[in-house]
Design a binder for this molecule. Structure first.
Ligand SMILES: Cc1ncc(COP(=O)(O)O)c(C=O)c1O
Length: 366
């Protein structure tokens, strides 16, 4: 018997997630000592020292299962955002909360709506649950909220909107999301995925937690993977009206978030200085990179995030190859359907300078 016949059809059709070339692999392949990794929107300043200290202190307790209710972390989040504890859910990265939402809300005849290009987890969740994915083309590299609302039917159970939008870093504003929510049926739960929330400096960014307080049909997602520098631990959180968080928790595995991740997250929330410093580094880095891209005559999209989407004028795979040989990794735009664009994470000042210098070399030689 061919054992692969046992695998469910919707799962067989999934193209595995491609995180790009791993840094260690690239070092070996190209004989490099260092890689400047600007491909996954991580925080190069690393975690808060308080998080590291908290993990060291908790390390000798890892023979015990973690707290399945994430008590300390929920209390810390509740105090920080002034949100009732019952509106909070914690996941193994916000990825896991996206998956929990799928398990809790989707059946094979449901529809899931998102923008094209999407963040990879949205179509993956629809595929895991065997339901219909509806991808609405972007409009000028931003979400087309009018078309997304028009794409929602009585079968739509989830609408995923990353704000800022990954991969372009654009945002929709308070008035736009107010109008959007008014035009979407309540049976379509709108996931406002704010993984890059702390990097936003536009005062018109939506106050999305208000929708949760009002009991609207929304889930707001945030993460410790980006500005808090804890991507390797996998911990994210979400807010939703209690009727929804109850369902998400019912769909969640017990002991989903490790003890080290929980203590590091609690300690990180107390370190406002690490967040401020990291955001300032990105804001300064954006200003520097914009200036350099203008000098080089390269089109870019002004970002509200810690990454910039830019047109390099050559195939992004060629640009990627040229950069990786010189020790810099970025994300190619072809995976987003935009073959001459790349997405680059804003790094430290030194990393940004290296990126610009290597990019100039690559564009000069291609
Ligand atoms: C838009 C968006 N949502 C969610 C995530 C997932 O974050 P986490 O590491 O919390 O699972 C990412 C990570 O890149 C992202 O870009």
């Amino acid at each position: 018997m061919d054992l692969s016949d046992l695998i469910r059809e919707p799962i067989k059709r999934i193209v595995p997630y491609s995180p790009g070339k791993d840094s260690e692999e690239a070092k070996r392949e190209y004989g490099l000592e260092e890689i400047v990794k600007l491909a996954s929107n991580e925080n190069p300043l690393g975690p808060s020292p308080r998080a590291v200290e908290a993990m060291c202190a908790a390390a000798s307790d890892v023979h015990l299962y973690p707290d399945p209710t994430w008590r300390e972390l929920v209390l810390a989040l509740s105090a920080k955002f002034d949100m009732p504890a019952e509106t909070i859910v914690v996941g193994r990265g916000s990825d896991e909360i996206i998956h929990m939402a799928g398990l809790a809300l989707l059946t094979p005849d449901s529809e899931v709506v998102f923008s094209d290009p999407p963040f990879a987890l949205y179509p993956l969740t629809a595929a895991h649950l065997g339901c219909t994915a509806v991808a609405v083309p972007h409009k000028d590299l931003a979400h087309d909220l009018e078309r997304i609302a028009a794409a929602c039917t009585d079968k739509t159970r989830l609408v995923f909107l990353s704000n800022p939008y990954n991969p372009t870093g654009t945002i929709f504003k308070q008035g736009e999301v107010d109008a959007f929510l008014a035009g979407v049926p309540e049976t379509a739960v709108v996931v406002l995925d704010e993984a890059y929330y702390e990097y936003v400096d536009n005062p018109e960014f939506p106050r999305s937690l208000e929708y949760v307080r009002q009991g609207r049909s929304v889930i707001v997602l945030r993460t410790f993977s980006k500005i808090y520098g804890l991507a390797g631990l996998r911990v994210g959180y979400g807010f939703a009206p209690p009727a929804l968080t109850r369902g998400l928790k019912q769909a969640c595995e017990p002991f989903n978030v490790s003890t080290l991740a929980q203590v590091a997250a609690v300690a990180s929330l107390a370190d406002d200085e690490q967040v401020r410093r990291s955001a300032q580094m990105v804001w300064d880095g954006k200003a520097y990179l914009y200036q350099e891209f203008e000098r080089l005559g390269l089109e870019y999209i002004p970002t509200q995030s810690n990454f910039i989407f830019m047109d390099v004028g050559i195939h992004s795979r060629d640009c990627f190859e040229g950069l990786i040989r010189r020790g810099v990794t970025v994300r190619t735009g072809d995976i987003f359907g935009l073959p001459t664009w790349i997405r680059v994470t804003v790094g430290t000042p030194e990393q940004n300078q290296t990126f610009v210098a290597k990019l100039e070399e690559v564009l000069g030689v291609c």
